[in-house]
Structure formats: C-alpha cells, structure tokens
Design a protein around this ligand. Structure first.
Ligand code: ADP
Length: 403
C-alpha cells in the first residue's frame, strides 16, 4: 500500500500523519502522531485510524534534542513497526513569502528560497525547514512538498496586501500575508460539498484555535484576513494579543527597556487570553473559571470576533454565510452562541439546540445568514496537495519508494 507522510514541525514538537492512497486517489488517514517535549521531555505518541493508541514512549532529552532527531525517531518507528515507506512527504511551512501562491515540490533551490523567509517568521520557518533538510539528506529520492499557510491568501488584491508604509518595505516583503491558509482552503473546498451555492458567495470563516484568525472568502477565494505580516495580528489568541497599536511596542522598548527578543517572547507567549486573564491560554479553563478576569478575557475574545466580522463583511460588501472551525470554533457551543449574538445585526440567528449538539448548521430556520460548524483538516489538505504534485511530476513514478 502506498502512503503519504504529512509533517507539521514546530520548535518543540513534530506532528505527523500517515495517509494511505486508496483507489481513485482517495486518501485515508491511518496514523496520527506527534513527538513533543523535544530537548526537554521527549515523548512519542501515536494513534491509529480508530483512535486506538499505537505508542506512548518517553525518550531521554539527549536522544531527541532537535527537530531532525525527532523526525528520525518517528520515521524509524513508522518503518520498523508499521512498514510505512512513504512515497512522498508533505510539510506544513508557515511562510511562502510573496512568491508562492501554491504548494511546491522541494529541491535544494526551493529550500534556499524558503530560507529567505526565516526573518519573516523566525519562530516557525526554521523549524518547518529543519525536517525538510534532514529528509532530503537522508532520502534524496523521496519527493517532498511544501504547503504554505500564506499561499491561499495570495489572491488578495493590492489594498488588502499593503500597509500604509513606504513602498521599499513592501518590496522587501513587509506585506499583509495572512495565515491559517491551509485551514481556509480546506473549509472552502468542504463548503463546495456542504452548500455549493453558498460556496460561490461571500463567507466569513472564523478559525478559532490557540491561534485564531478570520478570513473573508468570495467565490471560494480569500479576499481579506485578520492576520497580516505575522500571525500576531487580528484576533486575540491563546497567548498572542491580536491587533495592537504599534505604539505599545515602542513603549515596551523605550519605557520598559525590553529588548527585541523580550518583546517577541512577550507578544507570542504572554499576551492574549493568558495575559488578559492572568490564568490560562486554554478556553476550557477560562470557561470553567469564576474569576472576573477569565470573564473579561472571554468577553474580549467574543467582542473582537464581532468587530472583525464587521470589517470582513465590509471587505465582502455583504455576507452570505458564517463558518466556525478549529478547537474553540468546533467545540465551544457557548462561544459560538455568543459570537452569533454579535452577528445579529448582520442577520444571523442561532438555533440553540442545533448549536448545543454541534450540528453542521447551527442557525435557525429563517436566519438570513446561515451559520455552519465545519471541522478543519489541514493535514488532509497537505496530503491532497502532496499527492497531486506527486502525480504531476515530470518523472512521476508511483512505485518509487524509500528503503
Ligand atoms: P491549535 O491547532 O492552534 O493548537 P486547536 O485548534 O487545537 O489549536 O484549538 C485549541 C483551543 O481549543 C484551546 O484554546 C482549547 O482550549 C480550545 N478547545 C478545545 N476544546 C474545547 C472545548 N470543548 N471548549 C472550549 N474550548 C475548547
């Protein structure tokens, strides 16, 4: 059986999934795993297709001290215990810069290009590229595909792509890229199946996870996003503040004496729901808390989603549907109910029963704006792109495998 390996590498964890290629090019998820605690308390965990545990093994910090070492351990486990020799590997790569509007087959030249974007996403890009490089070194014949979080948003027009700053910076790459593109691309394609007429219209998708953003879709294409140059902008998130006056950053530097790396750490790890509540970045904990600061953090989250929905509806000049996705969007009926309440002026009205049972359509019959809950699947999107590029390769040989 032929398989595709999907890799999503971060600074201290590597998530991976294995999809088998079935008849007609259908992809079936076989294994979902991750190594987390890289360099501190590494642990390999994986589950099979039915959610059954396949492994839960701890390693010494020295054994798995880097992302490539984690990739090597996961790869060895897949080969030796599950006889998985993938025909290709698809990677999530956060930044495709201005040039890449679709996934690409990786070679040394592409890696060199993608390295140019390390400065645009210093916390993510180096970790995304590390396993690509190590797999290329170990298995040079194995096709690898880079799938970008930014690519789906390259359809933005000039107005959505610019900041009001001198043009030289734009040409150097300081643009409003937008992120979570693989999630939005998946939702756009799922909507074509779920509600084909609506998929052709104007839709706002709210990807509400530990990272959170919203995207305005018109005819299935991204026209605007709440995120910009980095994944810090827009909605408040688990530990990131979302929209922030740049004057706050100047204040942190000039008045608080913070260095660039202190500010970076602060903005990525200490703000958002965690900073505002002083309690937790986890929405479940905030919902369970009676602390007024937890309430403030949730109120702020909901309020900002409402504000941003207004902005995106203006970008779309109207609205035909609203979609919730990702951890909070898929699982928190309370947050969804509160957000839909904010969307009342746009014509959305909730069906509390359907919302409570996490139905696909949670708006009331007669709601002018239908509201959907669509679970996202970025990994399936990566596997699909990888298979499609694999088949388009000039030298495509589907039997090519690694030892
Ligand atoms: P990421 O992929 O960005 O790490 P997820 O999409 O998995 O994030 O979302 C994680 C977020 O979803 C966390 O804030 C978590 O608290 C929230 N979440 C998950 N399940 C629930 C739930 N039942 N109720 C409220 N929040 C939830």
């Amino acid at each position: 059986m032929e398989n595709i390996l999907v890799v999503n590498a971060g600074s201290s964890s590597v998530k991976f999934q294995v999809f088998s290629i079935e008849a007609g090019g259908r992809l079936r998820r076989r294994i979902k795993g991750q190594i987390d605690g890289i360099g501190s308390r590494p642990r390999l965990k994986a589950n099979g297709a039915a959610g059954e545990s396949l492994i839960d093994r701890a390693y010494a910090a020295e054994t798995i001290s880097t992302v490539p070492a984690a990739m090597a351990v996961a790869g060895e486990w897949l080969r030796s215990e599950h006889q998985i020799h993938p025909v290709a590997v698809g990677h999530r790569v956060v930044h495709g810069g201005p040039d890449y509007d679709k996934p690409v087959l990786i070679d040394h030249r592409i890696i060199a290009n993608l390295e140019r974007y390390v400065g645009l996403a210093p916390l993510h890009q180096p970790h995304n590229l590390a396993p690509i490089r190590s797999i290329l070194a170990g298995f040079p014949a194995l096709p690898q595909v880079a799938c970008f979080d930014t690519a789906f948003h390259r359809t933005h027009g000039a107005l959505a792509d610019h900041y009001a700053i001198p043009h030289e910076l734009y040409t150097e790459g300081v643009r409003r890229y937008g992120f979570h593109g693989l999630s939005y691309e998946y939702i756009a394609s799922a909507l074509e199946q779920i509600a084909p007429d609506i998929a052709k219209g104007r839709v706002i998708v709210a990807h509400l996870g530990s990272g959170a953003s919203m995207c305005a879709l018109h005819r299935g294409q991204s026209v605007e996003s709440t995120m910009g140059f980095t994944a810090l902008d827009g909605l408040p998130m688990g530990t990131r503040p979302g929209q922030l006056d740049p004057g706050v950053v100047l204040f942190l530097i000039s008045e608080k004496g913070m260095s660039a790396s202190n500010v970076q750490n602060f903005l990525y790890r200490e703000c958002g729901l965690k900073g505002l509540s002083g309690l937790s970045n986890d929405m479940r904990e905030l919902e369970a808390s009676a602390d007024p600061k937890a309430k403030l953090a949730i109120d702020y989250f909901v309020y900002r989603i409402g504000l941003n929905a207004g902005m995106l509806a203006a970008a779309l000049q109207g609205l035909d549907a609203f979609v919730f996705t990702a951890g909070i969007g898929e699982n928190s009926a309370t947050i969804r109910a509160r957000v839909v309440d904010q969307l009342g002026w746009l014509g959305a009205s909730l069906d509390p029963v359907e919302n409570g049972r996490h139905a696909r359509l949670i708006s009331r019959t007669g709601s002018r704006i239908p509201v959907y809950v669509v679970p996202t699947d970025e990994e399936l999107m990566i596997a699909q792109h990888t298979l499609s590029l694999l088949r388009k390769r000039p030298s495509a040989n589907p039997k090519e495998k690694v030892a």
